[in-house]
Design a protein around this ligand. Structure first.
Ligand code: HEM
Length: 371
């Protein structure tokens, strides 16, 4: 988003939760979901081995293997910050927030059969659908909502608000509509591209992402990618510490100091009266120094981690045939796991969500396993 104060990027997912809550595990999630390094083939053994060994991802797995895991295109899905962010004020006060974007095109999903067919017939389907819609000037739109939690509510809340495997149930924190988003361009996005009033929280996965995306963009596009027309802010953003490098095509801040704490007057923006200082997007508040349940972090999995997936399983049960489709989607994948011990581990994992789910999954999968 190009705002009056610079750019704000929302790099969101179509699920409100994530596979892990410790960013150190991110390369492992990716490796286990990608190809086997030896055979270069997709490998359900690796996939399920990772998830049985790291069961905190059960909530996300249930979303992934539901109808929502095969959206009909990017235009037809809801989008979620997943992370806890902050809305901040100049006086240092803030609230914790999560953002939800609901598609105005309606949620539409493929069945497993449709998804399999389209992936074979037109692997570029998703890109084509979005490109063509933007060409036709049918810019997809989303209604934007926030859930708002005060710092004191965060301290007392049942779940760690920096745990990306958990949602904030809407009965506790209802959605409030704040606007509408229209997608009409492509660019290089990063969760660290923020404007005053919007700030990262201590969410550890988010903290890791703040570095990872600009690294990827610098590697792929070059160190001055922020000057590319689609990425450049539409207003002057003063950051004389970021200069030099290949493809620098502006005045490179001329003689302005490239270090903080200088009393020399900057030349580029005469409006700066107090020399070169680094501007902080959000003031550090007592809450940032506070240490308690919300900021301590543990990857240990307990029964609490199965409460929200169990509730989701009930919700899916309200839609005709949805639970059955989840079981079939899972069974199709798990039947590729060659070790019966690992398959038992997967049934046990889903059995902790719901015993009947575990039992039905075992039956449906074992019927498909090739002996
Ligand atoms: C530790 C966790 C994560 C790390 C280190 C990470 C890192 C990355 C990197 C390096 C890219 C490529 C960016 C580029 O090529 O420009 C990427 C893409 C992406 N990631 Fe993540 N990611 C993480 C978790 C997440 C989460 C939790 C979400 C959503 C809430 C997410 C959403 C996306 C999206 C939407 C893209 C595509 C962006 C684009 O094409 O511009 N990622 N991720």
């Amino acid at each position: 988003m190009h705002t009056d104060e610079g750019n704000l990027d929302w790099v969101f997912n179509n699920t409100p939760v994530f596979f892990i809550r410790d960013p150190i595990k991110f390369p492992s999630v990716n490796r286990s979901h990608k190809r086997n390094p030896r055979s270069h083939l997709p490998d359900p053994n690796m996939f399920w081995d990772f998830h049985v060994g790291n069961p905190e991802g059960i909530h996300q797995l249930l979303v992934l293997f539901s109808d929502r895991g095969t959206p009909k295109s990017v235009r037809f899905l809801n989008s979620y910050s997943g992370h806890t962010y902050k809305f901040t004020k100049a006086d240092g006060s803030f609230n914790y927030i999560k953002i939800h974007m609901k598609t105005r095109q309606g949620v539409k999903n493929f069945t497993q059969e449709e998804a399999t067919r389209v992936a074979g017939e037109d692997p570029d389907y998703m890109i084509r659908d979005m490109f063509d819609a933007i060409q036709r000037k049918e810019f997809p739109q989303w209604d934007v909502f926030v859930q708002v939690m005060s710092p004191s509510e965060a301290e007392a809340y049942r779940w760690n608000i920096f745990d990306m495997t958990k949602v904030w149930p809407q009965k506790d924190f209802p959605l409030k509509k704040i606007g509408k988003m229209t997608l009409n361009r492509n660019a290089a996005f990063s969760p660290s591209t923020m404007v005053p009033g919007f700030a990262a929280s201590a969410d550890p996965i988010l903290q890791a992402r703040l570095f990872a995306y600009p690294d990827a963009a610098r590697y792929r596009l070059g160190v001055n990618y922020q000057q590319l027309p689609t990425n450049a802010a539409k207003v002057p953003v003063y950051c004389p510490f970021e200069r030099d490098g290949a493809m620098r095509f502006d005045d490179n801040y001329g003689a302005d100091p490239n270090y903080v704490g200088s009393t020399l007057q900057p030349t580029r923006f005469k409006t700066e009266e107090n020399g070169v200082t680094s501007q902080s997007l959000s003031l550090h508040t007592d809450h940032e120094k506070w240490v308690g349940e919300v900021s301590t972090y543990t990857s240990q999995v307990t029964d609490e981690d199965f409460v929200q997936p169990a509730a989701l399983w009930e919700v899916l049960g309200r839609e005709q045939g949805h639970q059955e489709r989840v079981i079939q989607n899972l069974a199709g994948n798990i039947s590729g796991v060659t070790s019966s011990k690992l398959r038992d581990g997967v049934y046990a994992l889903f059995g902790r969500v719901n015993q009947e789910l575990g039992a039905k999954l075992r039956k449906a999968t074992e019927a498909k396993v090739k002996n």
